[in-house]
Ligand binder design. Structure first.
Ligand SMILES: NC(=O)c1ccc[n+]([C@@H]2O[C@H](COP(=O)([O-])OP(=O)(O)OC[C@H]3O[C@@H](n4cnc5c(N)ncnc54)[C@H](O)[C@@H]3O)[C@@H](O)[C@H]2O)c1
Length: 242
C-alpha cells in the first residue's frame, strides 16, 4: 500500500473525480477526510470506504468560505493527528463569473494556504490541485470564460505555492484532466452530437474515467513523486498534444 500511515483531505469527494481519488487513496491505506458541500453524497463515500475496511470521516465544507476550509483542515488533524495530502478538487462547471472564481480559484487558494502551513509545521506534505486542460489552453467559447480563467489561475497558484514551500518539504502540483465522464460533464457526454465530437478531438478516441485521474493523483500523493513540485500533470488522452 503506497499511502500507508498517511492522511488525506479531499474536497468535493462526494462525486466524480474526487470520489474516485478518495476511494483510491483509502485502498492504498490512507485515512481520508471527505470535505463536501453535499453532505449526503459525502456520507455515501465515507460509508463506501468504511464498508471496504478503510477509515474515513465527513466534514461539511463550502470551499468558497475560507473559515470552512480552515475548519476542514483542523478536523482532519483532530481526527487523524496530521495532514499529509490535500486535494483541492471541489469545483463547478459552467456557472457565472463570481461563483466560478469563488469555488474554482479562491477555494483552491484557501486550501493551499492553510494546508501548506499545516504541512510545513509538521515537516512536509503533498498538495494536489485539480486544474484542467482548460488551465493550459482556451477553447474560444465565452460560456467557459470564468472556468478557463479560474483553471489558468490554479496552474499559476500551484507554481507559486510550490516555490514558496519547497524548502519546507511541501510539494504542490496540479492535475490537468481532459474530458472525463462525471456528473459535471454529463450534459456533454450524454449529448448525441457532443460525445463523438469530443472523441474525435481526443487522439485516444474516448472519454477518460475518474479512476484514471485518481491513479495520477496517487502518483502525486505518494513518495514516488518525491522530486516533483510545481508541475502540471496532463491526463487527457492526448487532447492537448495537437
Ligand atoms: N470531469 C471533467 O472532465 C474534468 C476535467 C478537468 C477538470 N475537472 C475538475 O475536476 C474537479 C472535479 O470535477 P468532477 O467532474 O468530478 O465534478 P463533479 O460535479 O462530479 O463533482 C464535484 C463535487 O464538488 C462538490 N462541490 C461543488 N461546489 C463545492 C463547494 N463550494 N464546496 C465543496 N464542495 C463543492 C460537489 O458537491 C461535487 O460533489 C473539478 O475541479 C473540475 O473542474 C473535471
Amino acid at each position: 500500500m503506497r499511502l500507508r500511515d498517511k492522511t488525506a483531505l479531499i474536497t468535493g469527494a462526494g462525486s466524480g473525480i474526487g470520489r474516485a481519488i478518495a476511494l483510491e487513496f483509502a485502498r492504498e491505506g490512507a485515512k481520508v477526510l471527505v470535505a463536501e458541500l453535499n453532505e449526503a453524497a459525502g456520507q455515501a463515500v465515507v460509508d463506501e470506504i468504511g464498508a471496504a475496511g478503510g477509515e474515513a470521516r465527513l466534514q461539511r465544507c463550502d470551499v468558497a468560505k475560507e473559515a470552512e476550509v480552515q475548519a476542514a483542515i483542523q478536523a482532519a488533524v483532530d481526527a487523524f493527528g496530521r495532514l499529509d495530502i490535500m486535494v483541492n478538487n471541489a469545483g463547478v462547471g459552467r456557472s457565472d463569473w463570481d461563483t466560478t472564481l469563488a469555488i474554482n480559484l479562491s477555494g483552491v487558494y484557501y486550501g493551499c494556504k492553510h494546508a501548506a502551513e499545516t504541512m510545513a509545521a509538521q515537516g512536509g506534505g503533498s498538495i494536489i490541485n485539480l486544474a484542467s486542460v482548460l488551465g493550459l489552453v482556451g477553447v474560444g467559447s465565452s460560456e467557459v470564460d470564468p472556468y478557463v480563467a479560474a483553471k489558468h489561475g490554479v496552474v499559476g497558484l500551484t507554481r507559486n505555492f510550490a516555490i514558496t514551500y519547497a524548502a519546507r518539504g511541501v510539494r504542490v502540483n496540479c492535475l490537468n484532466p481532459g474530458f472525463i465522464e462525471t456528473p459535471m460533464t454529463r450534459e456533454i457526454s450524454e449529448n448525441a452530437a457532443m460525445r463523438p465530437h469530443i472523441e474525435r478531438q481526443t487522439p485516444m478516441g474516448r472519454w477518460g474515467k475518474p479512476e484514471e485521474v485518481a491513479k495520477a493523483a496517487l502518483f502525486l500523493a505518494s513518495d514516488d513523486s518525491s522530486f516533483v513540485t510545481g508541475a502540471p500533470l496532463i491526463v487527457d488522452g492526448g487532447w492537448t498534444a495537437h
